[in-house]
Design a protein around this ligand. Structure first.
Ligand SMILES: [Fe+2]
Ligand SMILES: [Fe+2]
Length: 470
């Protein structure tokens, strides 16, 4: 694997050929990445020809170049959004000063931690999803899964590039560790809990891409504001790819709702047992999956009251998503009314930024639910899907371990435990969903529990053979 011509093999816009040290570091890491991909990436489909989008440059023509490729030959590239001339720090105590092209010594370990934590989620999700190909509902969906997987691989490359290029030896060690931790591993798990949850069915995949990739969007948006310019530019480009991952989640769940409504009309009943018997996902079960993945993803924003988020903001390391939409970018004199189990507390705004981000995230999550509820309403059924309260089933922050129902109401511990499996999937619910998961690989055919998409990829037909299996 040595002697790779990086200018050919690794598309990049960081002038890799001009930096021998960096090139050597990446040459050393690259075979470890491929080994990881073959061992921990999509199981059994490494020789399939997959219709994939590859970024070959950051401009409008190059960022989405489509072609057929075997996944291990995917050209994982390193791309940063174009540098903005005279970019200034947009928030915090150093607002208005020029952004940094190198890592300031005093923020080195914090920035490294932020990059490692983001980087860790990328290969983690590939590991979580590695067996899903065996139960794909269609070739269209299989291709979308693999598109997400290779792009998460590219996001890992993006973070490893930053570690190698700006953090010297510790950065190289962290890059190795990113391949050594594994999702769900008892000894060396991934850093964040949500990324250790198994994703063993496609309903979970659609929830994960709807809720957890959306958390990714918010994290990337807040890092895109960073005063460390290479991090900002890296995250800005990653966001273009992230949009497709959330598209898969939103349209995937929408197609599940559509199919379920068709079945409910066919059988003339909304009885969950009858809907299940007819081979579709009943809406109460879908609600449980939404509750599970939404609450799990809410933890990713961290504690309600956080001195780390305050320091990261004040120092210019991590802003709020879309920082320019706010008026006050320093936040030294504003406060936030925070609901905690002990009552409402007034806390410095700087310490409440995780909660600010969580609230705007939940608003973004509402958009899909409104659409699905319109579908249900139009079909004439009274059921409505909802998001759980941000206090439900939390394991981090002020509400951790509290007995709160999905509406946000405090219950006794006993009542909570008795009812928990009416709110999140039980073993029986999971077994039912698993029973629906059968591989469908005839071009254009869909599994019975999901409606076809409205259109194919890149103007191709839905029935196009997006994955050629051998
Ligand atoms: Fe990602
Ligand atoms: Fe993603």
């Amino acid at each position: 694997m040595s002697g790779i011509n990086y200018s050919e093999k690794i598309p990049n816009n960081v002038n890799l050929v001009s930096d021998r040290t960096l090139q050597r570091a990446l040459e050393h890491w690259q075979p470890h990445f491929i080994e990881w991909w073959k061992g921990m990436g999509p199981s059994d489909f490494q020789s399939a020809d997959v219709y994939l989008r590859t970024a070959t440059s950051v401009d409008a023509q190059g960022w989405a170049t489509y072609g057929t490729v075997k996944m291990p030959d995917y050209r994982w590239g390193i791309f940063l959004a174009d540098q903005q001339a005279d970019r200034k720090i947009g928030f915090g105590d150093q607002m208005g000063q020029p952004v940094w092209q190198q890592v300031p010594g005093e923020y080195r370990s914090t920035l490294r931690r932020l990059i490692v934590t983001q980087g860790d989620t990328e290969p983690a999700s590939v590991e979580q999803q590695r067996l899903l190909g065996h139960t794909c509902p269609s070739l269209y969906d299989l291709r979308n899964l693999f598109q997400i997987n290779v792009e998460e691989g590219r996001h890992l490359w993006a973070m490893v590039y930053l570690l190698h290029a700006y953090f010297g030896r510790d950065g190289r060690e962290e890059a190795e560790e990113l391949l050594a931790r594994h999702s769900g591993d008892a000894d060396k798990p991934r850093i964040l809990t949500t990324f250790n949850e198994p994703i063993s069915d496609w309903l979970s995949l659609f929830c994960f891409t709807y809720f957890t990739d959306r958390d990714g969007k918010y994290q990337l948006k807040s890092l895109a504001e960073s005063a460390f310019d290479p991090l900002s530019r890296t995250c800005r480009f990653m966001l273009t790819e992230e949009a497709h991952h959330m598209f898969v989640g939103e349209t995937g769940l929408g197609r599940v709702v559509k199919r379920t409504l068709e079945v409910m009309k066919e059988i003339g009943s909304d009885d969950p047992g009858k809907v299940r018997a007819a081979g579709a996902v009943d809406l109460p079960t879908l609600q449980k999956y939404l509750n599970f993945w939404c609450s799990s993803s809410l933890d990713l924003f961290g504690s309600e009251i956080s001195s780390n988020s305050a320091a990261n903001f004040a120092n210019g390391l991590k802003g709020r998503p879309d920082e320019t939409q706010y008026e006050d970018h320093v936040l030294r004199s504003s406060t936030f009314k925070m609901g905690t189990p002990a009552g409402t507390e007034e806390v410095p705004m700087l310490n409440a930024l995780n909660e600010v981000m969580r609230e705007s995230y939940l608003k973004d999550c509402e958009i899909g639910l409104k659409r699905w509820n319109r579908q249900i309403e139009r079909a004439g059924f009274p059921f409505r899907l909802t998001l759980p309260s941000s206090r439900f089933r939390r394991t981090i922050g002020a509400w951790a371990g509290q007995s709160v129902d999905p509406q946000g109401k405090m219950l006794s511990k006993e009542e909570y435990e008795n009812k928990l499996h009416s709110w999140i999937p039980s073993e029986a619910d999971r077994a039912f969903v698993h029973s629906l998961m059968r591989k469908v690989v005839e071009p254009g055919k869909m599994a019975a529990w999901i409606a076809p998409p409205e259109r194919g990829i890149n103007n191709l037909a839905v029935g196009y053979e997006y994955v050629k299996l051998h």
